[in-house]
Every structure is written in structure tokens, then in C-alpha cells.
Write a protein that binds this ligand. Structure first.
Ligand SMILES: Nc1ncnc2c1ncn2[C@@H]1O[C@H](COP(=O)(O)OP(=O)(O)O)[C@@H](O)[C@H]1O
Ligand SMILES: [Mg+2]
Length: 517
């Protein structure tokens, strides 16, 4: 380990001590007597018990930088992992980070727009309405009086993220070389992915386009609203959008006082999630409470308002279909099918004992089947899941990480809003309809028509289309690292290829027949 890595570790260690995290570890649970003794001594020397622990942790995360503030935002949604006092403090990181001292926002905005402000705005508040990890938010009025929000990226945030992530990457690489678990959890890869995700968050052109696309997927929706963007003001560090009137979803008390129907709200959350992932294949992947408001114009029929569309996810058709099949098998308690699907898709090594694997899945999933959210211990579930992942050498699928994170957010929110929520009852009708359309005979016919459309639109490019389609499948199966997995994947591709060639032949015959007529 080099000097810089040691320095960062020392900084992290000192921040942990200042936050008093060592007081949260039960010394009796440590494996060696020496570790137990050291922890006891540390607790005696370094004070800082329970009072104020949430505030200390929040301050330390903020001091460590943007990356750690983001981590705090994520943790603030895990009501099942952390006690309430820490959660409340960490939730401040969602929209009440300390503002940059001395920042003259109006000057920055004017510089970005390249025009005097009074040409476009009647007024701009000097005090930020909210300050989050990446941006500061200001209320303003357009010349016609429309209330808008200006989202201004914090200056120098890109350099800060690069520096922090670089340090973290060096440490995780060191860990991955030495600890098999760190390697299997792909810590280095996660840090690398996280860096590109955070850098994407600083690009307001991308965020603006995402917001426009998400809004287009929910026109006049009774589930989700997305504020309109004024694209003529979009710059790399600035977005101007409609001010959304709503109550932050984290403010459960305010929602309760207004008589909001929590059951409807939680159910709409699940539907919104499934629609985005399966129907639109474009999902908001940063669903923490700071990014969601609730429109309570009709409290008995509340709607979500999505903010902060910086991180959006999508899956390949291949992953989406496998995922849907897994979910459906889970709903039917067909654990053997889940095991086979994992094998088939290359998510587990091909030599895995399917019977033993399906038994473990059963042990994992059966206790949570049909249970309302509030009765499921997600902490236990995750611990068991990691244990199983370790025992069966399941590797993390990088392309699914965003979805898993979103799932954790949605689950955490649902738990807070309406613990009685029955996920299965809410999701099953949606998944069944989707599967009928996308996995059943209708899907095969759909594929056929897609091929036909390609052929008739440009017969000379038909070969390219088929090749491209194959490459997508090959890309997906390259996840299967081992030779035997690769063989299995190749066999699958050949079968699919034959099927496609057969369809293509059929289309050509039809085309020739039509032309003759
Ligand atoms: N259009 C809007 N209407 C009302 N409040 C908004 C709007 N956009 C942002 N906010 C407020 O600003 C906060 C931070 O905005 P956000 O876009 O999430 O910034 P960041 O990317 O830094 O997290 C939100 O939590 C919300 O309170
Ligand atoms: Mg945000």
C-alpha cells in the first residue's frame, strides 16, 4: 500500500472515530480476543456515545466529500439497517447539505447563460431553496411570472469527484488483490462504475434530456409527473424547469396531516417502478426521498413528482426477459426454474449443482413470499443472499447494479410509507400482462413482424440487422466467463440464429411470392 492510500485510510479511520462508529460495534461479536481488547480500549479512550451520533456521522460524511455525501444519502433510505436518529440526520444530505460559502449564484448563472439575467428573469432568490451533493437549487420567476427552479451545479465538483474516486479506486484495487470476497463483490468495478455515474450527474445537458424523455413516457399520467424543462436555458452546469408543488416524500407527518392515502401511494410506487423498468425500459435510478415529491392536489389520489433525472437506467432486451422470467418464477414459487434461469443466462457457473442451488433459493425466498413489506427483514435477506452468493460463486452483474440499487430505494420507501404493502398482489397482474405480451407466442409473432419490417424497409441492410441482433446476444453472453459457460451460450446463440435464419428465409419467400403476383 502506498503512502497516499495509507493517508486516505487514516482519514477514513479518523472520520469513523470522530463519528463514533466504534461505539456501534458490539465487541463480543468480534472474532479474535485481540480485536475485542483493542475495540474496548478504543471505546474507553475515544468518547462519543449515542447522543448526537447521527449529526457527527453526517458532518464527517460531508467533510469527506461528494462521494461520501452520496453514500450518506443512500444509507438514509435504509430504515431497516440504521436507527431513526441516524436516519433523520443522514436524510439532511438529500437536500440540506451545507451551501458553498460566498458563492454568488446570480453571477455564475449569468456567466453560464451569457446574457444579462433581467432579459429572462423577473427575479431570482439569492438564498438557495435546497443544497444537495451536486447542485444548489434557486427559486426564480420568468418574465411572465411563471415560477421556476434553477439548478446550478456546484463549481469544481467534477475535479473533486475525480480526486475522491481515484483515491478510493486505489484502495479497492489493493483490497481486491488480497481478499477474494472483495474481488467477488467487484469492489473495484463498483467504484469505477460509481465514478462514471457521479460524473454523469454533473452534466446538465444529459439530465435535461433524461427529464424530457421521462416526462414523455408519462403524459397526463395519474402515477407520475415530471417538471417541464426550459431547454433554451440548458447549459452544461444549469437547468431551468417548472417549480413543482408538492410535499417531500420523506415528510411523512405532513403527508399524514393532509390525509394522503398511503396505500394508494405505495401501490402507485410499485406500478411506476415496473412500468419504467419493463414497459419503457428507462428507469429513474436515483430514487431516494430527496428526489421525490408528492402531488396532493387530491390527497385520496396522490401522484409522484420525480426530480433529479441525472441517473437513468435501462437493460438489454435479453436481461429484461430473464429478469421477468425470474420474477414470475418467484411469484409461482418455482425455485427450480429460478436456478435454471440463472444457469441459462450465465449468472452462475455452469457446473453449479442446480438442485442444491434451488434449495438455497427456496430457503431465501420462501420466508418472504406473500409477506407484507413490514414483516420482511431485508437486512437478514441481504445477509443470506451474500452468503449464498459466496457459496455458489455468484458474481455481481454490473449491468444489473443500477436496477438493484433502485430496487433497494423503492423497497425502502415502500416500507416507510405503507409497511402493510403486499408487493406480490400489486406486481403480479402487471408482470403477467407484460409476460404475455413479451415472452409468449405474441412475442414470437412480434419478432417475426419486426424482422419483416426491417426486410421490407431496406432489403440490402437486412444482413446488417441480423448481425447486429446477434452481436447484442453475444455481448450479453460474454458475461459468462468460463469456457463451459461460453459453450452453452454459443449453443444458445446458434439455435437463435437458426430460428432467425428460418424466419428470414420465410420472409424472403413471401416477398418473392408477392412480387410475382
Ligand atoms: N422542480 C423543482 N420543484 C421544486 N423543488 C425542487 C425542484 N427541483 C429541485 N427541487 C428541490 O431541490 C432539491 C435538490 O434538487 P436535485 O435536483 O435533487 O439536486 P441534486 O442533483 O444535487 O441532488 C430537491 O430535493 C428538492 O427539494
Ligand atoms: Mg437529488
Amino acid at each position: 500500500m502506498n503512502f497516499r492510500q495509507r493517508l486516505l485510510l487514516a482519514r477514513l479511520g479518523s472520520a469513523a472515530l470522530k463519528a463514533g462508529l466504534h461505539h456501534q460495534i458490539d465487541s463480543q461479536k468480534l472474532e479474535t480476543a485481540r480485536a475485542e481488547f483493542c475495540l474496548k480500549m478504543l471505546k474507553r479512550i475515544w468518547g462519543g456515545g449515542n447522543p448526537g451520533r447521527g449529526k457527527r456521522l453526517r458532518q464527517q460524511l460531508e467533510n469527506l466529500g461528494t462521494t461520501y455525501t452520496k453514500l450518506g444519502q443512500f444509507l438514509s433510505t435504509r430504515g431497516d439497517l440504521l436507527p431513526a436518529d441516524i436516519l433523520i440526520e443522514l436524510s439532511f444530505l438529500q437536500d440540506r447539505v451545507t451551501p458553498i460559502p460566498g458563492l454568488d449564484a446570480t453571477l455564475e448563472i449569468e456567466r453560464s447563460l451569457g446574457q444579462p439575467l433581467d432579459e429572462n428573469f423577473r427575479s431570482i432568490d439569492r438564498q438557495p431553496l435546497a443544497t444537495a451533493s451536486i447542485a444548489q437549487i434557486y427559486k426564480a420567476q420568468l418574465l411572465d411570472g411563471t415560477e421556476v427552479i434553477l439548478k446550478l451545479v456546484r463549481p469544481n465538483v467534477v475535479e473533486k469527484i475525480r480526486r475522491e474516486m481515484n483515491d478510493l479506486r486505489e484502495i479497492t484495487e489493493y483490497l481486491c488483490e488480497r481478499h477474494p470476497l472483495a474481488a467477488r463483490l467487484k469492489l473495484s468495478q463498483i467504484v469505477h462504475d460509481q465514478e462514471s455515474i457521479m460524473l454523469r450527474e454533473t452534466d446538465m445537458f444529459r439530465e435535461s434530456q433524461n427529464q424530457i424523455n421521462l416526462r414523455a413516457n408519462f403524459p397526463n399520467s395519474n402515477l407520475l409527473k415530471v417538471p417541464r424543462v426550459y431547454t433554451k436555458f440548458t447549459r452544461s452546469n444549469l437547468i431551468v424547469m417548472d417549480h413543482a408543488n408538492g410535499i417531500p416524500i420523506g415528510d411523512i407527518e405532513a403527508l399524514r396531516e393532509r390525509g394522503v392515502d398511503f396505500k394508494i401511494l405505495a401501490e402507485k410506487g410499485v406500478k411506476t417502478f415496473f412500468k419504467q423498468v419493463f414497459e419503457d425500459n428507462f428507469f429513474h435510478a436515483d430514487m431516494h426521498a430527496g428526489n421525490i415529491l408528492v402531488d396532493i392536489a387530491d390527497p385520496k389520489d396522490p401522484k409522484y413528482i420525480a426530480l433529479d433525472c441525472a441517473i437513468m437506467g435501462s437493460l438489454t432486451d435479453y436481461d429484461r426477459r430473464y429478469l421477468a422470467q425470474n420474477i414470475l418464477a418467484f411469484f409461482k414459487r418455482d425455485y427450480r426454474r429460478i436456478a435454471e434461469l440463472h444457469l441459462d443466462s450465465g449468472w452462475i457457473p455452469s457446473q453449479t449443482d442446480v438442485a442444491a442451488f434451488s434449495k438455497v433459493i427456496e430457503e431465501l425466498c420462501d420466508p418472504i413470499y406473500q409477506r407484507p413489506l413490514g414483516e420482511i427483514s431485508f437486512a437478514n435477506f441481504l445477509t443470506d443472499l451474500f452468503r449464498a452468493a459466496n457459496a455458489f460463486s455468484i458474481e455481481i452483474q454490473p449491468q444489473l447494479v443500477l436496477l438493484q440499487k433502485t430496487l433497494l430505494y423503492v423497497e425502502g420507501l415502500g416500507r416507510q410509507l405503507y409497511p402493510q404493502l403486499n408487493l406480490w398482489e400489486t406486481a403480479l397482474p402487471f408482470m403477467t400482462t407484460w409476460a404475455e405480451r413479451n415472452l409468449g407466442p405474441a412475442a414470437v409473432v412480434g419478432d417475426f413482424f419486426k424482422l419483416a419490417e426491417e426486410f421490407f424497409s431496406d432489403p440490402f441492410k437486412f444482413g446488417d440487422f441480423i448481425r447486429q441482433n446477434q452481436q447484442e446476444r453475444i455481448k450479453a453472453s460474454v458475461q459468462a466467463r468460463e469456457l463451459s459457460d461460453l459453450k452453452r451460450a454459443t449453443k444458445r446463440i446458434i439455435i437463435k440464429q437458426r430460428r432467425m435464419m428460418f424466419c428470414a428465409l420465410l420472409i424472403i419467400i413471401i416477398a418473392i411470392t408477392i412480387l410475382k403476383i
